[in-house]
Design a protein around this ligand. Sequence first.
Ligand code: BTN
Length: 237
Amino acid sequence: MNEPIFLSETTSTNDYLFSIGEKEPFFAVVAERQTRGKGSKGRTFLSPVGGLYLSVVAPKDEALFPILTPLAAVAVKRAVWDSFGIDLGIKWVNDLMIDRGNGYKKVCGILTETRTAEKVVTVIGIGVNVFRAQEGYEGLETIVGYLSEEKPDKMILQSLAKKIVEELKKVFSAPDEGMQEYARSSILEGKTVRYQNPRTKGDYFVRGIDERGRLILETDGETIVVDDGEVTAWQKS
Ligand code: BTN
């Protein structure tokens, strides 16, 4: 397998992959730092040294397309378990969370983007707070977590990136199993959450996640199944 290309800095690894044109599935790039990291919903993704910023060309398989992000979350969960022995929970839809006994904190976010120029290219972007960042997260300690107390180490980033790409290949070849693991890993199940999308906003009970990665919510005896929007707050215990 080709190793991910390693850059010390780029604007956004997703944009880097789009800029270099057509590449084969699983072609991957890693940066030690991004100057314009992108989060979901048009947000900025802080990307200081200490994190792994990885983008991977997605396979061209239409059946996988709606579940690329949840399957990528499972791949990251497996890779982190294998490399660090840490069992991450998944917060629907694209966040991986660590709990060291003082509440869940975000350690990874995933942004899947598609661009159509001459060809359709889909890129899966994964940002993991591997080491405690030296700068950038002041005041965010209660919501941002990290995997290791050690000093940032390029070899560890390279090896985690390689492992994630291997796990992406595995999970995309057994997606049903991957989606079951995604649902089992949800930290929201059985909790009350604040949910909003362009059509609705309110407090809901989370019944679970279906086989397509959609959130099943209940309120006043009514069930809704959603694949957009976001959970902004949730019952922590
Ligand atoms: C989110 O949490 O909202 C998604 C964050 C996705 C961040 C990753 S880092 C690698 C890739 N490049 C980017 O600019 N964004 C994604």
